[in-house]
Design a protein around this ligand. Structure first.
Ligand code: UD2
Ligand code: MN
Length: 542
């Protein structure tokens, strides 16, 4: 039935939460890391400070294995230039007795102990290793924004990029220090060849910081990373290849999990989009583990995008603050305005997923998140935004600033409606039947009610008892219509004083569109003015 069309943002949020839980769940069970060579478990060796040393546990036997030898001193010198890694890392050490989780919401002691580089398991499907890429791939600018990141995780992120990427593909690594307490966290790293450091003079949040980084990037392709990542073998080539072939693609790797407790590197499933279709042949299954597949949303932190496409599509919504929501906004915008989003199973990047934010939100965590997601919903979700509001009633009435420039952008880019996104990009989305939003429609203390069966309307004393509303006063808001069963509220004509009446619902009838039910209209002779936008008058809905 009609009311099945549903809670888009809630579903996407649920998908995101499920994804996160999935990762955390993986995190809880390091023993069951899916392995490329079946039944083989690989984990970080217990020996401290021996980079590159792994143990393979197979059939209860333990076979020590050197995977990637640590770079030799000469290589190290070339890689790091004049940068004094030891001094950088030892300048900030955890003091005995300090809580290792306090500052960063991960175990800093374990991170510091690991050193600046280590071998990690190649978590790709084995067929990925035999794929080939163009020899003339364009280079990329890596953009890493951070606020008070731990030095050991930040340095490991940077070094993993330098070690595990073909050097010609790395044009530069741009670090944006989002007003961290110690400017040297960033500045000292700029001594590493190819690394640049930009420092914000005030806290901007990750969205504006990324835009700043992107606007100074000199390569034609942008690669975004969080500041606590480790990139894996051949992570970059598959992504650049896909973007080179079609600049409107925005591509992400599979994000592996770096345990926030012991920093073990754990493989995420290559098929996070769920169930295995029993009708598909095994071959297709393998296919799915090496081939690009589209995705309705990306996690947001790690992706590759053509720079001119990023600019053409309006970069980011720079009125979003600190953290949150920008990944939905970018995902909707890319799809609706002519691009696509992909996940590439042959590209793997590890990330430390945390359970809380280790930093403050100047305007408060909840208000910031609501502001950002409201902006995404108001600009992109059309009539589906009502489901965002019914999932988050507290968002109603919270400030989200002007969205005029983003609406202009949407018009200028001639982007498709959200309905298209729901139907074409996410058709497999089966939404559970949604509780409709039933409300009273109040005007001047009286309630709008239907009278008889001939479409008559009137204002009368509100007659709800507790949460039970009188059927004749009970209105169902299913954007853009205001309904009672199969009849919808409509104005007779677009002239002041024209009557409000009930008529069979027709979504294409402008006289029934909520936003058009405006001005002074009279139901059965009694004056009734319906506001332009009921959402701007939340008191009308109770
Ligand atoms: C996830 C995404 C992240 C972003 C976020 C929603 C991944 C792996 N991460 O974040 O990229 O899409 O969801 O907004 O998909 N930072 C600043 N300034 C701030 C706050 C954060 O520069 O005011 C940096 C921070 O240091 C980190 C990055 O932004 O490098 C993302 O923040 P996070 O790691 O705390 O958030 P996470 O991983 O939950
Ligand atoms: Mn992160």
């Amino acid at each position: 039935m009609r009311r099945i069309r549903a809670n888009a943002i809630a579903i996407l949020t649920v998908a995101w939460i499920l994804g996160t839980f999935y990762y955390l769940w993986q995190d809880q069970k390091p023993q069951s890391v899916p392995s490329v060579a079946a039944q083989t478990r690989v984990r970080n060796h217990g020996q401290k400070g021996v980079p590159g040393r792994l143990e393979i546990h197979r059939d209860e036997r333990t076979i020590p294995l050197i995977v990637t030898p640590p770079p030799q001193t000469e290589q190290q010198r070339q890689l790091l230039g004049s940068f004094d890694e030891k001094a950088y890392l030892s300048a900030r050490q955890l003091k005995p007795g300090d809580d290792p989780y306090r500052e960063h919401a991960f175990n800093l002691q374990e991170s510091d102990r690991l050193g600046s580089e280590r071998a990690i398991r190649d978590t790709r499907h084995y067929r990925c290793a035999s794929l080939t890429y163009d020899s003339d791939l364009p280079s990329t600018s890596i953009i890493i924004t951070f606020h008070n990141e731990a030095r050991s995780t930040l340095l490991r992120t940077v070094k993993s990029v330098l070690i595990r990427s073909p050097p010609p593909l790395i044009q530069e690594i741009i670090l944006i220090d989002d007003f961290s307490s110690d400017p040297e966290d960033c500045q000292l790293l700029a001594q590493i060849p190819k690394v640049r450091c930009l420092r914000n003079i005030r806290r901007e949040g990750l969205i504006r910081s990324r835009v700043r980084g992107a606007s100074t990037a000199s390569a034609s392709i942008l690669t975004f990373l969080d500041s606590h990542c480790e990139v894996n073998t051949d992570w970059l080539q598959p992504m650049i290849q896909r973007v080179k072939e079609d600049h409107t693609r925005v591509v992400s790797p599979i994000i592996d999990v770096i345990s926030l407790d012991n920093f073990a590197y754990l493989a995420a499933s290559a098929d996070l989009r769920g169930g295995w279709d029993p009708t598909t042949h095994t071959h297709t299954h393998i296919h799915a583990r090496t081939h690009a597949r589209t995705t309705p949303v990306i996690a947001g932190g790690i992706f590759v995008m053509d720079k001119s496409w990023f600019n053409h599509l309006g970069q980011y919504d720079t009125h979003m603050d600190i953290w949150g929501g920008e990944n939905f906004e970018l995902s909707f915008r890319v799809w609706m305005c002519g691009g696509s989003l992909e996940i590439l199973p042959c590209s793997r990047v590890g990330h430390v997923f945390r359970k809380r934010h280790p930093y403050d939100f100047p305007e408060g965590n909840a208000l910031t998140y609501i502001k950002n997601t409201r902006r995404a919903a108001e600009v992109w979700m059309d009539e589906y935004k009502q489901y965002y509001y019914s999932a988050r009633p507290s968002a109603q009435g919270k400030a989200f600033g002007s969205i005029a420039d983003r609406l202009t952008l949407r018009r200028k880019l001639n982007c498709k409606p959200f309905r298209w996104y729901m139907e074409s990009v996410y058709p497999e989305l089966r939404v559970p039947e949604q509780e409709a939003v039933f409300s009273l429609l109040k005007q001047g203390g009286l309630c709008l009610e239907t009278r008889g069966t001939d479409g008559g309307l009137g204002l009368a004393e509100c007659k709800s008892i507790g949460t039970n509303k009188l059927p004749s006063q009970k209105w169902e808001l299913i954007e853009p219509l205001i309904r009672q069963q199969d009849l919808c509220l409509a104005i007779s004509a677009f002239t002041a004083g024209s009557k409000v009446k009930m008529e069979p619902c027709n979504i294409k009838e402008p006289r029934q569109v909520r936003g058009r039910l405006l001005g002074v209209a009279e139901p059965e002779g009694k004056a009734l003015s319906l506001p332009v936008d009921l959402h701007s008058y939340p008191h009308l809905w109770s």
